[in-house]
Design a protein around this ligand. Structure first.
Ligand code: GLU
Length: 457
């Protein structure tokens, strides 16, 4: 194990956002890459805005994504407790350190952090009042992604509010010191806080960690940062829709990082091996839901059959699709494996496979009108029906040969049979291969459905 200690420090004030997931992921990747420690710390000092259900969403989403933490809630560790709401005594002790160093004072009921330097008064146009400024040298931030950043921090700031609640800057820095965090990897929106944080680290006489500010995620359409309200922004939404967590993680890796070439689907071990902070882009990354859907499809295709099956069943259970769940297990398996190469995500499965599990499937009237308008579909169907009792159903090839022979002897194309058979068996013109459908439905269902359909003509 190396000395590297990173942390993901969410505030449970809302649902778990794609941007938060990516910050967690980059921390996790860096910890695994360096064989360091990944700490989960909950920043819940703001009693009014935090809620337990949101906390659960954080734990569940991280677990679902496979971003296991080495220290933190539910896991323990030598630097706990890992929820800021339980660390009051630690903050008192650190406040005392600042007091002993003469770096705090009280004003208007709040406790302020005092910067070092000569003070002067100036009228601030923007705030329309006279403010006290401090003559300071710029604060230097060494950022592993953005390089050398300088910011001027020239006003004292509050660290404990008049209601006694500590301010984010204070507890965030105290915990990074107390938890011996070596690298602070977080969203670029925090860059404006970092100079304050650096000044606090210095006031405590603590080593300043390395920083890495990750570029923002831009919304799919239009300018601006992706927000919690944007479509596709919440992690749990993907979980509910049956996305594969590995696919989502792979996609998130590429939001601001690349392996140095144009590879996209990559095994996690490979990403862990290659991931490094200087490799993170400085420019913002644009969220692209189509790319995510495609990544999910690529992962789906490669899923071993057993796993595809288990996950399909989970999805049907979650959705309460009883027809499929009460079907014969071997039959369910055949239907799922026939569909695996055809779907983009589990959310398509119930509708895509519905007609396999019920005889009362709807007939798409538009498709029907089109199919019935060409050739002599009724005759074609009767010819097929006559062959069904003796048809070799042992493989797709055998079925294909039967229909091909029939097509040849009648002088019709294969297509003329295909569309009418599909309509009679499924009610639509899309789906898996017609030979696969016949094989999986089996002789009895095929005969019944063809007969039934013929009667309606
Ligand atoms: N609680 C802060 C947030 O959720 C953490 C910032 C940090 O990583 O330092 O944005």
């Amino acid at each position: 194990m190396s000395q590297v200690r990173v942390r993901f420090a969410p505030s449970p004030t809302g649902f778990f956002h794609i941007g938060s997931a990516r910050t967690a992921l980059f921390n996790w990747l860096y910890a695994r890459h360096t064989e360091g420690t990944f700490v989960l710390r909950i920043e819940d000092t703001d009693k009014e805005r935090n809620s337990e259900p949101f906390l659960k969403v954080i734990y569940d989403s991280l677990t679902w994504l496979g971003l296991n933490w080495d220290e933190g809630p539910g896991k323990g560790g030598a630097f706990g407790p890992y929820r800021q709401s339980e660390r009051g005594e630690i903050y008192q002790a650190y406040l005392q350190k600042l007091k002993d160093a003469d770096r705090i004072y009280e004003k208007d009921g709040a406790i302020w952090f005092r910067l070092l330097g000569e003070r002067y008064e100036v009228y601030d146009e923007h705030r329309q009042k006279t403010v006290t400024k401090v003559r300071t040298a710029p604060t230097v931030i060494t950022d592993r992604i953005r390089g050398h950043v300088e910011r001027v921090e020239d006003e004292d700031f509050v660290i404990i509010r008049s209601d006694g609640n500590p301010v984010f800057h204070f507890v965030n820095v105290v915990d990074d010191i107390a938890m011996q965090i070596t690298h602070v990897i977080r969203g670029e929106d925090h860059l404006s806080n970092t100079s304050k944080h650096v000044e606090l680290f210095k006031a405590f006489g603590a080593p300043v960690p390395e920083f890495a500010h990750i570029p923002l995620i831009l919304k799919q359409n239009g300018p601006g940062k992706m927000s919690k309200r944007d479509q596709g922004a919440l992690v749990e939404e993907y979980q509910r829709r049956g996305f594969l967590p590995d696919a989502l993680v792979n996609f998130l890796c590429l939001l601001g990082w690349n392996p140095g070439d144009d590879r996209e689907k990559m095994p996690m071990e490979e990403i862990v091996r290659l991931f490094d902070l200087p490799g993170v882009n400085q420019s913002n990354a644009r969220f692209d839901e189509k790319k995510l859907a495609h990544m999910n499809m690529v992962y789906l295709l490669e899923l071993p059959p057993g796993e595809f099956l288990a996950r399909s069943r989970d999805y049907f259970e979650q959705q309460g699709v009883s027809d499929a769940l009460t079907a014969d297990e071997a039959y369910f398996r055949e239907v799922m494996l026939l569909s695996q190469p055809k779907i983009k995500g589990f959310e398509e499965l119930p509708a895509y496979t519905a007609y396999f599990f019920t005889a009362e499937f709807p007939i798409d009237e538009k498709v029907k009108a089109k199919v019935m308008a060409k050739g002599e579909p009724k005759t074609r169907l009767s010819e097929v029906l006559a062959l069904v009792p003796g048809m070799d159903l042992s493989s797709d090839e055998a079925i294909e040969n039967t229909i091909k022979n029939l097509a040849e002897s009648s002088g019709q194309g294969f297509g003329a049979y295909q569309s009418i058979i599909r309509l009679a068996l499924t009610g639509t013109n899309v789906g898996p291969s017609i030979t696969g459908i016949i094989r999986v439905l089996g002789r009895d269902k095929v005969r019944q459905r063809l007969e039934q359909f013929l009667q309606t003509l």
